[in-house]
Write a protein that binds this ligand. Sequence first.
Ligand code: AMO
Length: 428
Amino acid sequence: MRTYVNEVKAATEELIAMKGWVHRIYDVGQISFVQLRDKTGIIQLVLDKGQREGLRLETAISVKGKKAENPKVPGGIELQVQTLEVVGKPDYDVLPFPINQQEVDAHLETQLNYRTISLRAPKVRAPFKVQEEIVEAFRAFFKKNHFSEMHTPKLIASGTEGGSEMFTVNYFDRRAFLAQSPQFYKQMMVGAGFERVFEIGHAYRAELHNTWRHLNEYVSLDVEMGFIDSEADIMDMEEGFIKHLFQHIKTTCSEELHLLDIELVEPKEMPRIPLMEAQQILLDKYNKKSPVGNLDAEGEALFSQYVKETYDSDFVFITKYPISKRPVYTMPDDRLEGMTRSFDLIYKGLEITTGGQRIHDYQQLKDNMLAFGLKPEDFDFYLETFRYGMPPHGGFAIGLERITMKLLDLDNIRKATLMPRDLKRITP
Ligand code: AMO
């Protein structure tokens, strides 16, 4: 039976079998100290000269040995190796960059070019363990709250978030698109009787900008909920999830948080501030003008700073966006002319979520399509659901890479993306 590095302490076998990669080698006279790295950590192996022969960094090996206490090595335990087998011989001249240092000293683009190499470095890989746990927490939280997991089509016939930013694909003799979001389908599944649904899946945006926060393919954590009273139910649900998430990450990722030097402070109550108020505060306090009906990236950052100072919160919901700035499915706000029952959630200066209540009345939705210059007949497959008693509903989507990036204070979304797709990159 194989023992992983994080199990060695508790292992009771006389001879312990371990597998992994050669992370580091120190030769000291007749013996060598080799660090073996597996997916859970690093352990020191003690080898004699014969066993050491031919070993290079990153050789994949399988060893058997006896464990011994050594207070000088990390973890306090080393393995005195009795047998060693090379199971994966390397075939490189030089490594593209060293991966056994505290930090990988290579440009991000180089790290991405050699992604399977850079990911071998524990600190580069750590965000993905956290990301895995974000997904785990998302699934567990929403399942517990009566949501069903969905897998909706990614090859679709029409856009959901406004016409722009779509990738076109050939679909036999027709044109199809890659889904910008599961928006229509998650709403349809509410109407189909599932009532509460969530989806973890890729979304595609043909954005033409290469920035630290945009990807052309990202993972969207989508939620849609039927029989709501208002968009406040949706914000409550998201706030509840984020609080659950912090607890979960603290308990499941303590090693990764330590490695990345992150101290997670549990979120306080998240303020909910109408957009117009936020824009006014930015103008009064920072002399910062905002674009019509939105905040720009600088405004989001400044406003987060204000919220941190005023409410001691890293999160803020911006509410009540104008009709003209929100997609066709968004519910107008009958309490405020020209505005919608929608929101964004800003976390440490970056939008991580858009959400809101949707129009559920068939005729109103059809009329809104016309008002938006869309042809309702192009959306028959979607509109159909609304003719048979669609309940008031709403939802939101969180960008997985964005929330990972902010949780871990990473400065570029690519560091939270295994294989980023951006303007210039479609490999590896
Ligand atoms: P929106 O278009 O705002 O809303 O997207 C929701 C969230 O997805 C993430 N996101 C991105 N992340 C990385 N790169 C991108 N190019 C990118 N685009 C979006 C962000 C964003 O907040 N259907 C609505 C959601 C809803 O109302 O339920 C939608 O897709 O974190």
